[in-house]
Design a protein around this ligand. Sequence first.
Ligand code: NI
Length: 154
Amino acid sequence: MILPVVTHPHPVLRQKAQPLKKVTKRIKKLAQNMLETMYAADGVGLAGPQVGVAKRIIVLDVGKGPLVLVNPQILGKSGQERDVEGCLSIPGRNAYVTRAAKVKVTGLDLDGRQVVLEGDGLLARAFQHEIDHLDGILFIDYLEDSSNCSPDVN
Ligand code: NI
């Protein structure tokens, strides 16, 4: 089921999302709906608050298949990379954001197992962007100057 995507400045996007106690059937269904919603919108990631659910869950697909992480946490970061970013909750806006080039993250998969994942490039960027959403942080918060927004770049 495709869910409505909440857009900035909706207050849920600024809330600190709550950890999930366990991966229930309902959470699995939510993850599936979030993936469907993300694919339908041509996104590479989506976080709970973006569908109005202030819970710590993210879904991603940077072209290597779907990933779901519950209660994700960044364990380590290295390097720096500057690239263009956008957000399904901030339609029509893209900008360069500097992020760590590589990240190591942990969280629960849909079977409730703790997993550790490493990513670089777009995957590293997507992890950081989506985990930020769980803390009420949006990519536009990193922009020093709105002039580096380039709506033509996608
Ligand atoms: Ni986003």
